[in-house]
Design a protein around this ligand. Structure first.
Ligand SMILES: Cc1cc2nc3c(=O)[nH]c(=O)nc-3n(C[C@H](O)[C@H](O)[C@H](O)COP(=O)(O)OP(=O)(O)OC[C@H]3O[C@@H](n4cnc5c(N)ncnc54)[C@H](O)[C@@H]3O)c2cc1C
Length: 385
């Protein structure tokens, strides 16, 4: 079937599905709530045969390889900057690592006929036998044959067509933030990380721009009640959770208000009993997100590929949605099944932190930690489908 498709969300899952559906002859519109393409600069990675096969079939592998960062060592340091232990690049990067913004840019660039609308959002979805009437905050109401919710962990499409957020998203007790700041020139190629019980602060040079650096924060927080997108409230919460800390934390927090793009979210898992309802389907984090699992981006791209392929193969969208979910859900379950890395990255409590340092300071402990993460999850065997 070819027809009109609306995709909500222009990060990774949305633009990947958009480009593949447009290539298959669909008329695709993407609506994104942010005023422009988001440039958050942390690194994402792809690991294993399923990811690489899909990137190859999408015609992206060579371009991505040309942009790969090569991965970076993570160095955990104490208050004075003395090394406690290091983690090899495979902990943060897989077979192919690059900044999220560059992957997003590449996927947008391949979009061809895809129409991107920024600064707008879906406000109502009304399904009828011949399509979905979609109301927007800005644009006039429009009918589409299909709607894809690729709008992340807090998906508006999921909330309108499936279930309210509290029924789908489980908060795991931590919040995470990433932002950019000017580089003072003293950071090398490594990622520097510093813990106090229940908090992790990280700093690294930007892989592309020597004048910029990236800051990370991961912290235990009993109440994730910071209003979404409220930078002042986010800054205040960081100030409370990191109060009195030394190392480079004060300089990182001081730079937060001037950051170009801030990522601030809950560490949470998404579980939705069914990924499609009529002509509406969920994709990426909206369907099966797991913050910090290290698998979300690879899973989102593989899922976008399978969804687009199934829609291109059959004129019956219900069959396509069913096959997509049957193929991807077991893989998503494996990705979500690993231990949440938040507790390992920022153990809450002095004893737990000491124990974590002992485990990760040891090669065997490092190997076990890597194996118990969702990163080891095998993707679907694409040749047998
Ligand atoms: C700037 C940025 C930085 C990130 N940093 C991290 C990180 O440090 N660690 C981590 O684990 N994950 C991070 N993520 C999430 C990571 O990109 C995803 O887990 C993964 O790539 C799957 O992508 P996705 O496209 O399904 O969801 P996401 O990447 O979350 O993208 C969802 C997109 O939908 C848009 N959107 C949200 N609401 C609406 C709405 N109502 N209408 C229209 N559009 C909407 C968002 O602006 C975003 O562009 C980040 C995402 C972004 C956008």
């Amino acid at each position: 079937m070819a027809g009109t498709v609306l995709i909500s969300g222009a990060s990774v899952a949305g633009p990947a599905a958009a480009f593949l559906l447009a290539r298959a002859g669909f008329d695709v519109t993407v609506v994104e709530i942010a005023p422009r393409r988001r440039t958050g600069g942390y690194a994402i990675d792809f690991s294993g045969p399923a990811h690489l096969t899909v990137l190859d079939r999408m015609g992206l592998l060579d371009d991505l390889r040309a942009r790969a960062t090569g991965g970076r060592t993570s160095r955990f340091v104490d208050e004075t900057g003395r090394t406690l232990f290091t983690l090899p690049p495979e902990f943060t990067g897989g077979d192919l690592e690059l900044p999220r913004a560059e992957l997003s840019e590449l996927l947008h660039g391949r979009g061809g006929t895809v129409g991107y609308r920024y600064g707008d959002t879906v406000t109502a979805l009304q399904e009828s036998p011949d399509g979905v009437r979609v109301s927007f905050r800005q644009a006039p109401t429009q009918r589409f044959d299909l709607v894809i919710g690729a709008d992340g962990m807090h998906s508006v499409v999921r909330g309108l067509a499936f279930a309210p957020e509290p029924e789908c998203v489980t908060y795991l007790g931590y919040q995470v933030a990433g932002w950019d700041l000017p580089h003072t020139g003293d950071l090398g190629r490594e990622i520097l990380l510093h813990n106090r019980p229940g908090t992790l602060a990280g700093l690294s040079a930007d892989v592309r721009d020597p004048a910029r650096a990236d800051a990370y924060a991961l912290f235990a927080d009993p109440s994730p009640d910071v209003p979404r997108g409220d930078r002042e409230a986010q800054h205040r919460r960081l100030g409370q959770r990191y109060a009195g800390q030394g190392w480079r934390v004060p300089e990182m927090l001081a730079a937060f208000p001037g950051a170009t793009d801030v990522y601030f979210d809950q560490v949470a898992r998404v579980a939705v009993p069914r990924w499609s309802a009529g002509r509406i389907v969920l994709l990426g984090d909206a369907a099966c997100g797991a913050t910090l699992s290290g698998t979300g981006t690879g899973l989102a791209v593989v899922a976008a590929y399978v969804l687009a392929r199934e829609l291109a193969r059959t004129p019956d969208h219900r069959r396509a949605f069913e096959r997509y979910e049957r193929i991807i859900r077991p893989y998503a379950d494996r990705c979500q099944g690993g231990a949440s890395p938040a507790e390992m990255l920022a153990p809450a409590g002095r004893m737990r932190l000491r124990l974590r340092d002992l485990v990760l300071g040891n090669p065997l402990g490092r190997a076990l930690a890597l194996r118990s993460s969702g990163k080891a999850a095998a993707g679907p065997d694409l040749d047998r489908l």
